[in-house]
Design a binder for this molecule. Structure first.
Ligand code: 6PG
Length: 231
């Protein structure tokens, strides 16, 4: 049987089940934060949205992390009212942020309630004040999108730090996303991919299809066994 590989992946980890997968990801995140803080004053990380990361964030909140030296940003946000439970920052607050000692001033939510254009402009200005991220967490959709960078969408060509997204096929249609340039500039990029719904996109990427997730280079991919395609 041919071994499953992903083009230009820095690492591919496959866990036996969702609990083992969540623990592996959470420990890697905590470890990378500790490694970063061993040689610099603070660590700037980007959280992934969607539902998959929830299980990892729940494990991560119980690990010993020096949150007082961490700055937290978001890879994308849905244009919904502030506090709407469907927002990515709402999921992060509920599963992680409310449970850790992170100073409020070190949390940089995307102001997506302002609408995509205004929010992308403001977040780009915010990002211009930081260096490249130390660590970016990313999910992947069943169509191979990542953050809110969807196949065939004009946002894929953006050269700004954050980009307004319209006509997203995954509701809501209006979003804000970090651009490929911003995501690829990060020192460490981790994909969190679990569940059988992701097999097809992974298979297409393994075969060389340039889906958006495939355009994030030298990433570490963390899969559970359910997500693994039958090669
Ligand atoms: C979103 C996310 C999106 C997500 C993927 C996977 O707004 O939904 O930013 O990029 O990471 O769609 O979503 P699931 O983890 O829910 O499968």
């Amino acid at each position: 049987m041919k071994a499953f590989t992903l083009p230009n992946a820095k690492r591919l980890s496959v866990s036996a089940d969702a609990d083992a997968w969540a623990a592996t990801v959470a420990q890697r995140v905590a470890g990378l934060i500790a490694e970063t803080l061993a040689h610099q004053a603070e660590c700037c990380i980007v959280l992934a949205g969607g539902a998959t990361p929830r299980r990892c964030y729940t494990v991560l909140r119980g690990l010993p992390v020096e949150w007082a030296r961490v700055q937290i940003y978001f890879g994308d946000e849905r244009c919904l009212p502030a506090g709407d439970v469907r927002r990515n920052d709402s999921m992060a607050r509920e599963s992680l942020l409310q449970h850790i000692a992170l100073p409020d001033a070190q949390l940089y939510a995307i102001p997506a309630e302002l609408g995509a254009t205004m929010a992308a402009t403001q977040y780009s200005e915010q990002l211009a004040e930081t260096d490249a991220f130390d660590l970016v967490l990313l999910g992947m959709g069943e169509d191979g999108h990542t953050a809110s960078l969807f196949p065939e969408n004009p946002a894929l060509a953006a050269n700004t730090l954050a980009v307004a997204v319209f006509d997203a096929p995954k509701p809501p249609p209006e979003r804000v996303s970090l651009s490929f340039a911003t995501l690829n500039a990060a020192r460490h990029k981790l994909f969190l991919v679990a569940g059988s719904g992701k097999r097809d996109a992974l298979q297409r990427i393994a075969r060389g299809e340039q889906l958006p997730a495939a355009r994030i280079h030298h990433a570490e991919w963390y899969l559970d066994r359910d997500a693994m395609p039958h090669t």
